[in-house]
Design a protein around this ligand. Structure first.
Ligand SMILES: [Zn+2]
Length: 80
């Protein structure tokens, strides 16, 4: 198992340990990975939300265009 020195108490700790076993200092290696993964997850979620918004906006616009065309044809039909 890979080990590294704790920057605070200089004891050897596992690189995969979330915190130092001796002084409780957060393990930077693990913390960075955790933050990055969490950020990626949130970023993905954000992208998905943007995509959903885009789709619903398109649906709304399509619906409105359809409605306008329908109104125009109704108007023309009534006038002829
Ligand atoms: Zn320590």
């Amino acid at each position: 198992m890979k080990q590294k020195k704790c920057p605070q108490c200089k004891n050897l700790i596992s690189v995969k340990a979330p915190t130092c076993l001796y002084c409780g200092r957060p393990n930077k290696f693990v913390t960075n990975n955790y933050v990055k993964r969490k950020w990626d997850k949130e970023h993905k979620q954000e992208k998905l939300n943007n995509f959903r918004n885009l789709i619903s906006n398109k649906t709304l616009i399509t619906f409105m265009v359809f409605l306008i065309i329908l109104l125009i044809s109704l108007y023309k039909y009534n006038n002829s």
